[in-house]
Each structure stands twice: as C-alpha cells, then as structure tokens.
Write a protein that binds this ligand. Structure first.
Ligand code: CO
Length: 233
C-alpha cells in the first residue's frame, strides 16, 4: 500500500506502449518542450487537459487549480502564464471551466469547507457582479452552470489584464486568449465566444460573451450535468 505498486505498473506499461509506437518519443521530448497552448483549468480529476483536447505530452503547458481561477495576485498562476508566454511563447491561452464544478457550486451553497472558502470568495465576487441575471434562474443546476460560464468569462478577462499578456500584445507577440467550458456528461467542449487577441477587444467581448451566456446558448446543451451534493472541486 505504501508503495502504490499498481501506479508504477501502469506507468511501466504506458512508457512501454508509447515507446512501441514511437521509439524516440521520450528522447525527443526530454530535449525540449514547444507547446503552442497554455491550459488553465479546474483541478477536478474528471477534466484532464491533455486527454480532452487529444494532445500528447509536450503539446500543452498546464496550470490547474480549484475552479480555474486567475487571481491577480496569485504568483503560482501568474508565474505559469509568464513562463508560458515569455519563455515558451505559446500562441494560445485557454481558460477552461466545466459544468457542474464543485468549487462553483460551493460558492453558491456555501457549505463549511474550511480554508478553501477563502479561495472560493473569488467566485462569489463573480456571482455578485452578475447577481441580477443569476437570480432569475430558478433551479440550482442552471444557476451553477451559468456561473461556471460566467466564471470562465471573467477569468479570461483577468488573463488579458495581467502585465504579462498586456506586455506581449504591446510587443506585437501573437497571442490569443480563449474561454471554454467542458461538459462532464458528454465529454465535449463549448466555446464561450471569448477569443481575444487585442487589448481593445476585451470590454466588448466580455459584454458579448455574458449576453450569450445569459441567453443560454451554451448552457442549454448541458443541463443534465447536475452538480453533486458533495462538492468535489
Ligand atoms: Co471544477
């Protein structure tokens, strides 16, 4: 039990399988990484970045935290963005949330969870900002899923307002920031129409994406994704 033997066995099999289909895969990858994408997603175990978008190791740089937040003073997230943009020179930053997010749900129902409640305050701020439209939704699942979308939209804006992205755009570096939501119940991604590559686009894209979410276009396809009673991030 202490050695988690089964995981080492799975690892050995995976390594062998990869080498069987591509003998020089690890050797090549150990030299350098050249990902085109930075993925900022939820830590939820059901939302693995590489698998969802069908990319191999080396093709996507990943930062995950509870409820895919980009907090202005979070040095962990900012460092990942800075390294991805300035050093790896990724061409795309993808903020990807997911319907039925336990972190988002907890920000609405506010169970006692301890320290993490402080982190979830950031989602409560998103809720407060969009309270008017969220309060119109009667059932809990719709409210959670709408807030999942609005949270992504707001985090995309936060990415765009970092000194890192503003600096890259000022230098003329090609960099686009995207907002997506993943459906746990069908394994599919939805584009929230937040694709930004210029600072001037931010405000109008924000208004447009919020309106699109309020109209329920992306939401309508995934209402079966019910948040569980026990938040699971
Ligand atoms: Co989540």
């Amino acid at each position: 039990m202490r050695e988690l033997k089964s995981l080492f066995e799975k690892n050995a099999k995976w390594s062998k399988d990869v080498r069987t289909s591509d003998a020089s895969f690890f050797e090549r990858l150990s030299q350098q990484q050249t990902p085109d994408y930075l993925w900022i997603g939820c830590a939820d175990s059901r939302v693995p970045a590489n698998q969802i978008i069908g990319l191999d190791p080396g093709e996507v740089f990943v930062h995950r935290n509870v409820a895919n937040l980009v907090v202005h003073t979070d040095l962990n997230c900012l460092s990942a963005i800075q390294y991805a943009v300035d050093v790896l020179r990724v061409k795309h930053i993808i903020v990807c949330g997911h319907y039925g997010c336990g972190g988002v749900e907890a920000a609405i129902s506010k169970p006692e969870l301890g320290l993490i409640e402080n982190w979830l305050r950031h989602i409560e701020d998103v809720y407060s900002k969009h309270e008017k439209s969220l309060e119109k939704l009667e059932d809990h699942a719709s409210k959670v899923n709408r807030l999942c979308e609005l949270n992504v939209i707001e985090q995309v804006v936060n990415v765009c307002r970092t000194t890192i992205v503003r600096g890259a755009w000022r230098r003329g570096q090609a960099l686009a920031v995207h907002g997506w939501v993943y459906g746990l119940s069908d394994g599919l991604l939805r584009d929230l129409d937040m694709c930004l590559s210029q600072p001037e686009e931010v405000d109008s894209a924000l208004a447009k994406a919020v309106q699109r979410s309020v109209n329920g276009i992306a939401l309508a396809v995934d209402l079966n994704s019910q948040p569980s009673d026990t938040p699971t991030v």
